[in-house]
Ligand binder design. Structure first.
Ligand code: AMP
Length: 450
């Protein structure tokens, strides 16, 4: 019951209107201390209800005793890593604020600067991405001295995207007494710890969804594959045979995303592709179509899919294994939301095995091993395993070379990979994360710029 929180009646009315009956765990944990005015550092996934966990206390604080004020001033700022996330958060704020006098505005890149500058003076709450907000701050448009609540949402993502300095500058510019609420999906690395130390005052730490308990509604499977061509066949089979409402397939490179997209289009799947070379218009179109259900399948790189919140996404296929446990959590965190069922399938070549086994250890989970009878290949995992679950002595065995020469996968995966599959491995696109919480740093690769 939301009535258990000391929330303003106009907010409770909005909550009832939205048919939110029971608070989610993150709301139960975060709303009471946030209402007391404490700084919070919360680890919670997208989909956990975390937005309401900061928006409700924020609105409650701005409402105060409910008396209207003589002038509007900027009193709350919510920073997010991407334009889509900012748009979603604005909608959420507007839904909760619908019975109040409070006004919210959006500041992200790609929109008219002057229009934004004028809007800035007319809102109580600003939701935006750090880059554009810094531009406004530099232009002297952004009065942050009266800010009472600062929210850093998906702070780990903002750091990954290189916004550390911008976020810090904006936080410093909030010079009056204020409350700071920092949310991240993962525990983050040293950069995040540094930010927590700099921007939060005696914060309460709340860790929801420890990674080991993540996505209880999502089954996690692996299917071994001989090479990329075999993986493409597996994707084709899964999309044709699995039951799902919407699916997302992650690749680590733009080249592979485009290639897979082409294959799926040729097979007449309704599919979109999202990667760093797509412009905002394509991105928006892809996301809108996916949300409306006109397209059921998205092929995406991690960077492009960041912050995506689409209802009914119940199948995630990792064409390539993500390079860290945290990235894996981000990817599969998109399924099984709000108690729904989801399925996450990772396709594992011999080059993916050790990464997969590191991620299993990180999550303290063992993924279900699955075989597709019709597409059973030669590679079934390393013959000998170390105690850690990693392959013992794979370097000498050169499994891929053998598979390439002999045509490792049996029919119909029997074709050897084409040169395009193996030669000149394209540079990775996703940012490299180093996992924490007891897992040794995963192998670093140099990411290409998004
Ligand atoms: P979030 O994690 O904030 O992105 O929220 C995920 C989804 O859950 C959003 O569509 C919210 O509107 C919804 N949601 C959040 N809290 C509740 C709740 N207590 N009851 C029902 N739905 C909720």
């Amino acid at each position: 019951m939301f009535a258990q929180f000391a929330l303003h009646e106009r907010l409770l009315k909005a909550v009832a209107e939205l048919n939110f009956t029971e608070p989610t765990p993150v709301q139960l944990a975060a709303i009471p201390p946030a209402l007391q005015g404490r700084d919070l550092r919360v680890i919670a996934q997208t989909g956990s209800g975390k937005t309401a966990a900061f928006v409700l206390p924020l609105l409650n604080r701005l409402l105060g005793d409910g008396s209207s004020r003589a002038r509007v001033s900027l009193r709350a700022v919510i920073l997010l890593p991407t334009r889509e996330l900012a748009q979603q958060t604005l909608k959420e704020v507007e839904r909760f604020a619908q019975f109040t006098f409070l006004k919210a505005g959006l500041i992200t890149g790609g929109e008219d600067f002057k229009v934004q500058a004028a809007m800035l003076r007319k809102v109580d709450i600003l939701i935006g991405t750090p880059g554009r907000l810094i531009e406004h701050a530099n232009a002297g448009n952004l009065p942050l001295d009266e800010v009472e609540v600062l929210v850093l949402d998906e702070a780990d993502r903002m750091l990954d995207m290189g916004f550390a300095e911008d976020v810090q500058r904006l936080a410093e510019a909030c010079s009056g007494p204020h409350q700071t609420l920092l949310f991240s999906a993962t525990s983050g690395g040293s950069g995040l710890r540094e930010m927590v130390a700099k921007v939060l005052k005696e914060p309460q730490h709340l860790q929801l969804n420890a990674v080991s308990q993540l996505n209880e509604g999502t089954r996690q499977q692996i299917i071994t594959a001989d090479h990329n061509y075999h993986k493409e066949q597996l994707v084709d089979w899964l999309l044709a045979n699995e039951t799902y409402e919407k699916a997302i397939i992650f690749t680590n490179t733009r080249v592979q995303a485009d290639r897979l997209y082409g294959k799926l289009v040729a097979r007449e799947f309704k599919v979109f592709v999202l990667h760093g070379e797509k412009d905002q218009k394509d991105r928006k179109l892809a996301i809108d179509r996916l949300k409306q259900g006109a397209v059921k399948i998205l092929v995406a790189t991690d960077v492009a899919a960041r912050g995506l919140d689409v209802d009914g996404l119940d199948l995630v296929i990792n064409f390539d294994m993500p390079r860290s446990g945290d990235e894996y959590v981000h990817r599969i965190g998109r399924t099984g939301r709000a108690g729904g069922e989801g399925l996450a399938i990772s396709l594992i070549c011999h080059t993916d095995w050790n990464l997969m086994s590191s991620i299993e250890r990180y999550l303290k989970q063992r993924f279900e091993r699955r075989t597709i009878k019709e597409l059973k290949g030669t590679y079934q995992g390393p013959k000998n395993l170390k105690a850690s679950g990693k392959a013992a002595g794979t370097k000498k065995k050169k499994v891929e070379a053998k598979a390439g020469k002999k045509g490792a996968a049996k029919k119909p995966a029997a074709k050897a990979p084409s040169k395009r599959n193996t030669a000149n491995k394209p540079k990775s696109e996703a940012p490299v994360l180093v996992s924490q919480d007891g897992l040794a740093p995963l192998k670093r690769r140099k990411p290409a710029a998004e």
